[in-house]
Design a protein around this ligand. Structure first.
Ligand SMILES: *Cc1c(COP(=O)(O)O)cnc(C)c1O
Length: 233
């Protein structure tokens, strides 16, 4: 029943907020610098409405079609983040429902999103997804750190995109702290080209503390907030 689900989400949210509070204190950062993004992929639209009731303002989705159909069903007004890989041919659709696309990792995609945003009559916020993996190893998306500046230049020149910052996923293996430190360095270099690009989206259920230590301004929390996710098909 939804009152039970509401209570479950409220408890999870208070636990996640307590972790974020403690990490901010440990990092000597104001709590107001770190935003919580509820990663709602695979969960039903009813959960998004319950999260909105609990004060969540931002949701993250990884699939175009799922996000579009949920957005039709959700009663509350939320800010919708696309955090999954975007195929070029889906860019136009994604530009319709997303308020921000966090996973821009190639020039052609930036150009397709710019055209989609123009067709939708809006200016779309975007983040550049940076790969924190050693070059040559399989990775979870993102530009290499040397490709960041050329991609940033393309986005800055695009008339309907607003470059708002960077996003990254820590490698599955190894120390997330070292990976988030690399991200902080890349973000500093980006700020010299784009001083308005202040968002650092990093940290998930398992590593939000390490991300906050290294300057994350947004953590993307799925499992710790919503519970176990059915595996993506
Ligand atoms: C699914 C996902 C998350 C949330 O991960 P959890 O470990 O469930 O908190 C965060 N970021 C991205 C890019 C994701 O795809």
């Amino acid at each position: 029943m939804s009152t039970d689900r509401l209570a479950e989400l409220a408890l999870n949210l208070s636990e996640v907020n307590a972790r974020v509070d403690a990490a901010c204190i440990a990092a000597h950062r104001p709590r107001s610098e770190v935003q919580l993004l509820a990663v709602t992929k695979t969960f039903p639209a009813t959960d998004l409405d319950l999260l909105a009731k609990l004060g969540c303002t931002d949701v993250g989705e990884s699939r175009d079609q799922e996000a579009r159909s949920k957005k039709e069903d959700v009663a509350h007004s939320l800010r919708w983040h696309m955090i999954g890989q975007v195929q070029r041919k889906k860019a136009k659709q994604v530009a319709l429902w997303a308020d921000i696309v966090e996973s821009v990792d190639r020039i052609e995609l930036a150009q397709a999103l710019d055209a989609g945003a123009q067709a939708a009559g809006k200016c779309l916020d975007v983040l550049i997804q940076v790969s924190l993996h050693p070059v040559g190893l399989p990775h979870r998306g993102g530009v290499s750190r040397d490709e960041l500046a050329p991609l940033a230049e393309v986005i800055l020149a695009a008339s309907h995109l607003n470059l708002a910052g960077v996003m990254a996923v820590a490698p599955l293996e190894g120390d997330p702290t070292a990976a988030f430190a690399l991200l902080a360095g890349s973000h500093q270099r980006l700020l010299s080209l784009a001083p308005q690009a202040t968002i650092v989206s990093a940290g998930m259920s398992g590593d939000l503390e390490a991300a906050i230590t290294h300057g994350a301004t947004q953590v993307r929390i799925g499992g710790a907030l919503l519970g176990n996710r059915p595996p993506l098909k």
